[in-house]
Ligand binder design. Structure first.
Ligand code: RIB
Ligand code: CA
Length: 314
């Protein structure tokens, strides 16, 4: 089994990722950490506890993390995820309390244990990277417990929060820049599951309606149905869930190693991931300090990952 930690701003697609990570037999979900993003941090914590309960995994520790990004104010995306962040499904809310530790402390403890046992953890940030940046700056030794990072964020192409920038990176570009600097300095294998593939793993309405027989299946189906209604489409993407599919089944994802930087200034470009696709000789002669080398996702077998998700959540 592959030990994983998810960092989430549960939202509908984070919920799709949580259901998959909690139930897939090849993954050992060690912890889930929460950050403000799609909705406020308290909604994120409650939604995360609720989804794990529906997945039959109330054993997984959940910790509350940063409520706001390092610098700019948080801009929730309730227009996408509903007022409560879980599609306004009125799903019965968990009454479980989160772990008393801050997210950074839970991450530190799990990663230090991993470094001691040698069972290194795949860290899956699916939200603004505020918690991850705070961890790496406060407890840099914890990075020794990391096998790799597979993050949903960024885009080589067009953004979504702005024309230039993807929501997770745009929400906290400073945090993303800190994480990429650590990736380069500590040589942490890192995969960017960006908008270039994010929308390509789609579950149809018929597939969603067929999901039944367990709380996990019911919730999964309702999330897709609600998301389809919101976009008036025949089905919906599992979004963040695709990044977890890539951890389970990397062969379904096509990646290419590129230098990646985060734009921190620029009125219209702040938060953009600049994926440097220039020929190596040009990159080598770039006068600026070298960037982190990241495995950037360029294509995904959407049908394969949709089937993986459906088989697991049902
Ligand atoms: O841009 C998409 C990302 O922003 C997803 O992680 C979604 O959940 C939101 O956090
Ligand atoms: Ca998310």
């Amino acid at each position: 089994m592959k030990p994983v930690i998810l960092d989430v701003d549960t939202g509908v697609d984070d919920a799709c990722a949580l259901l998959l990570a909690a139930r897939h037999p090849d993954l050992d979900l060690k912890a889930v950490t929460c950050v403000g993003g799609n909705v406020g941090i308290d909604d994120v914590v409650r939604n995360t506890l609720t989804v794990l309960e529906a997945a039959g995994r109330p054993d997984v520790p959940v910790a509350r993390g940063a409520a706001v990004p390092l610098i700019q104010p948080v801009h929730a995306a309730r227009h996408v995820h509903g007022e409560d962040g879980l599609g306004d499904l009125d799903w019965p809310r968990s009454t479980r309390s989160p772990d008393p530790r801050h997210a950074v402390e839970l991450l530190r403890d799990v990663l230090r244990d991993a470094a001691a046992t040698g069972e290194l953890v795949t860290l899956v940030p699916l939200a603004p990277m505020t918690n991850i940046a705070l961890l790496l700056r406060t407890y840099p030794d914890a990075a020794r417990g990391l096998r790799e990072i597979v993050f949903m964020g960024g885009a080589a192409g067009i953004g979504n929060a702005t024309a230039a920038a993807e929501f997770n990176i745009w929400s906290d570009p400073g945090a993303a820049a800190i994480v990429l600097a650590a990736v380069r300095e500590l040589e942490i294998p890192t995969t960017m599951y960006g908008l270039d593939v994010f929308h390509d793993v789609v579950v149809t309405l018929d597939q969603a309606r067929a999901l039944s027989g367990s709380q996990s299946a019911e919730l999964a189906g309702q999330l897709i149905i609600k998301r389809s209604e919101r976009y008036q489409s025949d089905g919906a993407g599992i979004g963040d869930g695709g990044a977890v599919c890539a951890v389970i089944d990397p062969a379904g994802l096509t990646t290419q190693e590129y230098p990646v930087r985060v734009e921190l200034s620029g009125e219209w470009s702040r938060g953009r991931t600049i994926v440097d696709t220039r020929p190596a000789i040009d990159v080598a002669h770039d006068p600026r300090a070298p960037a982190a080398t990241v495995r950037v996702a360029t294509a995904v077998d959407g049908k394969r990952y949709a089937e993986l998700w459906l088989a697991t959540v049902s």
